[in-house]
Design a protein around this ligand. Structure first.
Ligand SMILES: [Zn+2]
Length: 212
């Protein structure tokens, strides 16, 4: 198999399903995979070896839907493991991969493969998670899906860490440490305090200028 060859006449594609924790990203990935399998397309599913929260070799959603997945230690390992006959490659928890993942999925798509990825678009600080910003940019199709804010019930786009003292970006399997929150209720480390100070300063300078 040529890693760099193209398949004339067959168009590959790159799809990203992203959102916060508890938004159903993995369920959506599994739904797309199942439809492809019903159409008898050969599917291979990968996940980063780091994601062992429930099962070594399965993609497991929070609602316990599951599928067999191959754990890989790097993005390049995906290229090495994809068979010639594979039509669809699904990748779960894609935010944990190294930056080469963008090159890997471009190569797969050029080979005519449909690549479907699911991952957290933002970390618990509200910043782009790992390679996600680049993946969203190169994707043909992006679905941002929402969870429900645990405070107000509005659509939630943020993952909120209940223990802000722990500052590591990746805490695998610690789902009880996180909640889905809307923008208004995701107070990332005193960001609201900064905004408050900004508006106080703005008002002060306004009242000063009125007094002149
Ligand atoms: Zn809210």
């Amino acid at each position: 198999m040529s890693l760099f060859g193209t398949m004339p006449g067959i168009s590959g594609s790159i799809e990203v399903v992203c959102g916060p924790m508890f938004s159903g990203k993995t369920e959506e990935l599994i739904r797309r995979v199942k439809r492809a399998q019903i159409a008898r397309q050969k599917v291979q599913i990968f996940k980063p070896a780091i994601d062992n929260r429930y099962h070594e070799t399965e993609v497991v959603s929070h609602s316990s839907l599951s599928m067999e997945a191959t754990p890989v230690n790097s993005s390049v390992e995906i290229l090495q493991r994809v068979f010639d006959s594979t039509r669809v490659v699904a990748i779960d928890e894609v935010q944990f991969f190294d930056d080469n993942i963008t090159i890997v999925v471009e190569k797969l798509a050029r080979r005519g493969i449909r690549v479907i990825m699911a991952g957290l678009d933002q970390d618990f600080m509200g910043k782009p998670f790992g390679p996600m910003a680049s993946l969203l940019a190169i994707a043909d199709s992006v679905n941002k899906i929402h969870a429900i804010c645990t405070v107000c019930g509005a659509p939630a786009t943020k993952t909120f860490r209940k223990d802000p003292k722990n500052s590591s970006q990746v805490l695998v399997g610690e789902t009880d440490l996180y909640e889905a929150r809307c923008r208004a209720h995701a107070d990332f480390f005193g960001e609201d305090q900064d905004q408050l100070a900004f508006f106080v300063n703005l008002n002060e300078s306004r009242s000063k200028s009125q007094n002149l």
